[in-house]
Design a protein around this ligand. Structure first.
Ligand SMILES: [Zn+2]
Length: 520
């Protein structure tokens, strides 16, 4: 979150394609066949006599195959393990787009309660459902104590608005960010970073439109699936700069004109941590895409060198993105933009993750991302549509697009309204109480009516909306290599792995004819 003033790249690999195809010799076709047969044999072994696939046995078969080279063996074994992770850890709230794939298996709900009966269980609305693990490095213990209390008050306010059935664990730090991260303090005095928070872990769930999206762990917990992916220790990670001139409620004084209401900042950031975040970002240059999912392939070459390769595995939205619409046409981004971007299908591997974006820039899908970028830099173009069909205007006034765009409500629209909290900046000298007084009476406090609708739409229950939408868990998205369609994918994967040495690029029709040959 930033302080606001009240006034406020050509890598055309395809050129080589024809040359490669011409060089595609009989011997190389033969190697493809050997690899394909080895994969088919491994698949047969894996599924032999078992309902559960025995991939360990499959890997042993590959390891003992004398016809395969060392790099082919290592590549196939990696592909057999090539299952998609469904958990993503966000270690740094300031860099939410940096994620680490975390293997997480499904476990039974330990505090197993039947979701039907648990709905009827009495809920203590006064209970603070936020567990704060607090770390403060400031020598001023009074300041540390005031900061800690503010985190607790923020948790209490949210607990009184939402019906949370499972506690939310927050890792909160209050530290001198300028000491620990000098780069971040190069901001101008008016745009000093105060803090940031975000989900500590995101989990892929399947939505009712058949699309898989990233959900914040805090929300996944509230769904109380009988079986759920392994949870991380924390749901929200928050870091705040202790070197800002904050004002605290318990100061019992009027807020100074340069002071920032710390509760305002913490509440705002907690809401991001609960899932008020979009995956759309400008990672290329003036072009918006959701986050890229990729699989890692660790290839051991014949000379024992290790190579880390990335395979593009599609774009993925966050739960928030499911509800973003074009204001003018009432069309959903998920219906008209994302499917077009998903047609991007590079037939190659990448040595670094960022290369995928560069390659995307050369694709025919790039113009779609550019189109969206232009729109996302014009005011009042994109809206969040709530469960009761209300249009809530997202921040699209910023040009160039910034991390504040789309992740907030439009500043100009919601200033002096009850929905001031999720505007992209906080104004010095303006406390929450001041904003509430200016916007008229509202019993919901700082969580305004539109914001409450957004949280309900994402899946949080409230008294007014006790049975929110619930997506489905994905119990297994391991790629089943042994059904013919996935076997085709396996072969494409192999064909796209230029480390295989047997093929650099291969025509899909060739793979299909090869598969026909093998499967028959
Ligand atoms: Zn924000």
């Amino acid at each position: 979150m930033e302080l606001y003033q009240e006034t406020n790249q050509n890598n055309n690999g395809d050129n080589n394609q024809n040359q490669i195809e011409e060089n595609f010799t009989y011997e190389e076709r033969n190697r493809t066949l050997i690899v394909a047969l080895a994969v088919r044999e491994a698949c047969d072994v894996a599924s032999y006599g078992n309902k559960q696939h025995d991939w360990e046995a499959a890997r042993r078969v590959i390891s003992h195959n004398k016809l395969l080279t060392c790099s082919e063996k290592s590549m196939i074994i990696n592909l057999l393990k090539c299952n998609q992770s469904i958990c993503y850890e966000h270690p740094d709230p300031f860099n939410y787009f940096h994620v680490e794939r975390i293997p997480c298996s499904y476990t039974n709900n330990s505090s197993q309660q039947d979701p039907q009966t648990s709905q009827k269980a009495p809920i203590n609305y006064d209970e603070n459902m936020f567990n704060i693990t607090f770390h403060c490095d400031n020598k001023d213990l009074v300041l540390c104590d005031k900061a800690k209390k503010t985190f607790e008050i923020a948790g209490q306010i949210i607990s009184e608005t939402l019906i949370l059935n499972t506690k939310i664990n927050v890792n909160a730090t209050f530290i001198d960010l300028c000491e620990t991260d000098k780069e971040r303090c190069k901001n101008t005095p008016f745009r000093r970073i105060m803090g940031a928070a975000g989900p500590a872990r995101s989990i892929i769930l399947r939505d009712d439109d058949g699309v898989d999206r990233l959900y914040p762990q805090s929300l996944v917990k509230q769904f109380r699936f009988k079986q759920h992916p392994e949870y991380g220790e924390f749901d929200i990670r928050a870091r705040f700069n202790s070197k800002i001139d904050y004002w605290f409620i318990e100061d019992n004084s009027t807020i100074g004109k340069n002071q920032i209401d710390f509760l305002y900042v913490v509440l705002h950031e907690f809401i991001h941590g609960l899932g008020f975040l979009s995956a759309w970002n400008d990672k290329i240059h003036k072009a918006l895409t959701p986050k890229i999912l990729s699989n890692n392939l660790i290839i051991k070459n014949d000379n024992n060198s290790i190579e880390n390769l990335y395979i593009f595995n599609g774009f993925i939205e966050k739960v928030f993105d499911k509800y973003i619409y074009f204001k003018s046409t009432n069309e959903r981004l998920s219906d008209v933009i994302t499917p077009q971007l998903q047609k991007f299908s590079p037939k190659k591997t990448f040595s670094i993750y960022e290369e995928i974006y560069k390659y995307f820039k050369e694709s025919s899908e790039y113009y779609v991302a550019q189109y969206l970028y232009k729109l996302a830099c014009k005011p009042s173009t994109l809206i969040f549509k709530s469960h009761d069909k209300k249009n809530i205007t997202l921040e699209t006034s910023l040009n160039p697009f910034s991390r504040s765009s789309l992740n907030h409500l439009q500043f100009s629209t919601y200033t002096r309204t009850k929905d001031f909290l999720m505007r992209p900046g906080v104004v010095a000298g303006r406390s929450i109480q001041y904003q509430l007084d200016k916007s008229g009476d509202y019993s919901g406090g700082p969580i305004g009516p539109q914001l409450k609708l957004i949280l309900e739409t994402l899946g949080y229950a409230t008294i007014d909306h006790p049975l929110p939408y619930k997506p489905s868990p994905i119990y297994s998205i391991n790629i089943n290599w042994c059904n013919s369609e996935d076997f085709t994918k396996t072969m494409k994967c192999i064909a796209n792995t230029n480390q295989a040495r047997l093929l650099l690029q291969i025509e899909e029709s060739l793979i299909e004819s090869l598969l026909t040959f093998i499967i028959i």
